[in-house]
Design a protein around this ligand. Sequence first.
Ligand SMILES: [Zn+2]
Length: 110
Amino acid sequence: MKTTHCPKCSGNKNLDCFSHIENGRCFLCSGTGVVTGAKAEKIVADRKAAIERVAGYLAQAKANPEWLGAWFDESSGRTNADVTRGFILSPRCPTDVRVRALAALASFGV
Ligand SMILES: [Zn+2]
């Protein structure tokens, strides 16, 4: 059975911000610090997909830095840089990936 570190509580078993509810016990891992089975498989798959998506954006920017300034969607006024940053800052992007991804994005002057 697949097992992974709990991404919600970072393996701490509790979330201080929810200390007023069941002493902050993490509901994702049931206070164990690890996630198993189908939930673990989904977490690992989602993490892999998020990393691949960020890597794809950054590879695109590296190959062609002008890509970042191009419109992603002209009707919304968002550029590829906006979309990339938005994804990196979203809950779908793992927090440990976020810092490195933002630094990589900043290296392009964005
Ligand atoms: Zn947890």
